[in-house]
Design a protein around this ligand. Sequence first.
Ligand code: SF4
Ligand code: SF4
Length: 355
Amino acid sequence: MAFINSELTEELKKFGIFDFSACYNCGNCTAVCSLTSEDESFPRNMLRYSMLGLKDEITVSLKPWLCYYCGDCSTYCPQKAYPGELMMTLRRWLTSKYDWTGLSGLLYKSVAWNVFAFLLVAAGVIAYAVCQNFSLEAIMHAGHVFEMLAIAGVFTLILLPNIIRMWYVTTIRAGIHAPSKVYLRQLSELFVHMFTQKRTLSCDDHKLRWFEHLILVIGYLSLLFITVFLNWFETGSVLINLFGYSVSAVVFIVTFHFVLERIRKTKEISMFSRSSDWFFVIWLFLMGFSAFLVRLFIDLNLLEQNLWLYLVHLIILAQWALLIVPFGKWTHFLYRSFAMYFQRIIEDHSNLSKK
Ligand code: SF4
Ligand code: SF4
């Protein structure tokens, strides 16, 4: 067993599970990991940094984001130390480091803070409904305006500054000063990973997961587009309406499968679910399901008598937009895509420097 710096390991334990004392450095995890190269003993380098308390080395590293949690390292670890889960833990920890508000760290570490924040948002929505005398028309209008403001506000005030912080620590602070042509040349990498998460395909057992993920991203973005830009709940277009039903059904069916996988714990990736994992899949499911029901009730002329349904949908939506997207697991989707992009910039820049 190697020397362990307990300050960092104790901090990391608040973000996930990994049995540092069980690891005896056998190297099996490195031998099976597809990210291992001649110069990198992955994931053992991250394990060593964590044990030695090398926070700076972890903070400037993009490596935890390159891991797609195939789980092979955990499967072949003779000590059941679950190194794959350490990578997940480091991703949560890094998320809290990039976030300038500090709320990500708070919500990752404490279920009580999550419950408080979720109740606070729910109370805000109900208080607004009371102020509007429970007028369905006024609340639905406010809900639509909220969607647009939340997207713009969360992106400009939280996500963009956090991505800039991530870029600064992982490239500039790491001594990478690539010219702008390199950033432009690699830009396609960002979008390819954002929409396809193609790196998952390098894990043999993850073809179905990759496909489900792709369908979910398409379904989620389409639902967002239809409700925000095509105003699905107020449209008279049959085509938009049918499309809305289809994409919301896709979202709740796929996420229902994700929830089942986490309950069954059949794969390494779903073995250790934290509150952030549960909130992500359950709220995504509830968003798709409640949106589907709201539109169904509108079509059956039942929503006026069942205002509670729209209120429930709005509460779920507000909690998703104000808590899970900026501070929860949703950010992993964004940081991972940018990590792939920054990694390509670093590689491209280093190739240029060698010429
Ligand atoms: S396989 Fe397990 S025991 Fe061996 S180095 Fe990796 S984490 Fe440690
Ligand atoms: S989960 Fe897979 S990709 Fe990630 S460190 Fe383990 S073996 Fe490597």
